[in-house]
Write a protein that binds this ligand. Structure first.
Ligand code: ATP
Length: 280
């Protein structure tokens, strides 16, 4: 596989992903309130935030799935609203859950995906077979996806996102359901691709993985960027030594022990009075 990545029309100094003044509303409800973001070539950006913070929405906008937004977003030098096909040609997207066509075998699914990217059939077949074999799925290539476990499905999604050798890869919880060995492979893959110049936009709730894998971490909360820097920079800013603690500090998401205690009290019928999200 050719791993060299020269992005046509984009100077080496230009950001591969450029977001300016991004605002998104669903049914008049504003959920992204003005995000600015530059991601450089080869960077591994960990994009984290509490449930409902706006991570998936941002990613869907960047990959051209949600054209209805305010602001400017370009990927590989192409405006996602005006030139969505040029963007889609150059990116890979590995969603956490996707409607895999369950009646298909992985080879049939990957043939479908590869053809969408304009790859030749023999190239798709060879890359798919090799990649599935490396992910321990060589015996499953002829079986229907409906018979697959969660982790096996995730591996098929992963191969589908990589097949066309994209310049930018958006990963949304790519490790979901993967066993320990496959997790190590994917983490190593992310590093290797970044060294080859591929830009990685990595969304996850796995703080230890984000901490170790990312060059840079962006934390969003309620549709706003609340932190942006390397782990070392965020660590120095918050005087904390783990991303988990930095995350809870910056998103004011503490009080987990009290919340768990209240849940147990409610379940056992021992709860009296007010339920609170903060430490009592
Ligand atoms: P999670 O970590 O739980 O996946 P997230 O950070 O990816 O969350 P989003 O899925 O981007 O969050 O959601 C951001 C906000 O937008 C939430 O308040 C959510 O309720 C809202 N939202 C997302 N999709 C829709 C939709 N199709 N219609 C209406 N509101 C939506």
């Amino acid at each position: 596989m050719d791993t060299s990545h020269d992005i046509a029309g984009l100077s080496s100094a230009s950001p591969v992903i450029r977001v300016r003044g991004l605002v998104k509303r669903y049914d008049h409800q504003e959920v992204i309130h003005g995000i600015d973001l530059d991601v450089r070539r080869g960077e591994i950006l960990g994009y984290i935030g509490p449930n409902g913070a706006g991570k998936t929405t941002t990613v869907k906008i960047m990959i051209g799935m949600l054209p209805d937004f305010e602001g400017d977003v370009s990927v590989c030098g192409f405006d996602v609203r005006r030139e969505p096909l040029e963007v889609k040609r150059r990116i890979g997207y590995v969603p956490e859950t996707a409607a895999l066509y369950e009646v298909l075998t992985p080879m049939e699914y990957l043939m479908f995906v590869g053809r969408l990217y304009g790859l030749a059939d023999d190239c798709i077949a060879e890359r798919s077979r090799k990649l599935l074999t490396l992910l321990d799925l060589e015996k499953e290539t002829g079986n229907r996806i409906s018979t697959f476990s969660k982790g096996m499905r995730q591996k098929v999604l992963l191969v589908g996102g990589l097949l066309h050798n994209p310049e930018v890869i958006f990963l949304d919880e790519p490790l979901t359901g993967l066993d320990a060995n496959s997790t190590l492979v994917v983490k190593e893959l992310i590093r290797g691709l970044s060294q080859a110049g591929v830009t990685i936009f990595y969304c996850s709730h796995l703080m230890d993985v984000v901490e170790r894998v990312s060059d840079r971490i962006v934390i969003i909360d309620q549709g706003r960027v609340v932190a942006d820097g390397s782990f070392e920079e965020l660590s120095a800013r918050c005087h904390e030594t783990s991303l988990e603690r930095i995350f809870t500090d910056l998103t004011h998401a503490g009080g987990h022990e009290a919340i768990a205690r209240q849940m147990i009290e409610i379940m056992s019928g021992a709860s009296q009075g007010k339920v609170s999200r903060t430490t009592s």
